[in-house]
Design a protein around this ligand. Structure first.
Ligand SMILES: [Zn+2]
Length: 164
């Protein structure tokens, strides 16, 4: 299991979450994600059998499974402090803004999701919480535009939205 200096697993409102120990500067590479590469069919079958198990969408029909490490515990937030950067099968979490010491590390799960085979109810508590979280097209246009400006949307998402 990969360890990530400066990050720690703690109880969070979403169960367990990953927290910054000392704070993180904007644009910094916070951590990377690891896991088996899975097809959409494999993920659909797994969800039907065992329920959702932390699959991360990394392409239109490509997903990453869990690693057993800290990266499995990064929670969603509707107003997140990180985003997912995807280059082929290399997946990193990048700080979208300054992250304070003891602040939970989050990203917006919907930013990587197109026709994602699972939805969940968000408990992030932000004033702009979207409630039930699904796909990228459900993110408000102004927020999607902000993500695009920060380079926080994967290539396949840009290709599928009108924001290219
Ligand atoms: Zn929320």
């Amino acid at each position: 299991m990969t360890s990530f200096p400066g990050l720690v697993l703690r109880a969070s409102c979403g169960g367990m979450g990953v927290f910054s120990v000392d704070g993180i500067q904007p644009g910094r590479n916070v951590m990377h994600f690891e896991g088996a590469i899975l097809s959409r069919d494999a993920v659909k079958t797994a969800i039907a059998k065992n329920g959702h198990d932390g699959f991360l969408q990394i392409g239109i029909d490509t997903f990453m499974g869990q690693s057993g490490g800290l990266d499995d515990y990064v929670n969603h937030a509707c107003n997140p402090n990180c985003y997912i950067a995807i280059q082929d099968y290399s997946v990193h979490l990048i700080a979208l803004r300054h992250i304070n010491r003891d602040e939970e590390i989050t990203f917006d799960y919907a930013t990587t999701q197109i026709d994602f085979p699972f939805r969940f109810d968000c408990v992030c508590g932000d004033v702009a919480c979207r409630g039930n979280i699904g796909n990228v097209n459900e993110i408000p246009v102004t927020q999607l535009e902000t993500y695009r400006r920060y380079g926080a949307l994967p290539e396949y998402i840009l290709e599928m939205t009108a924001l290219v």
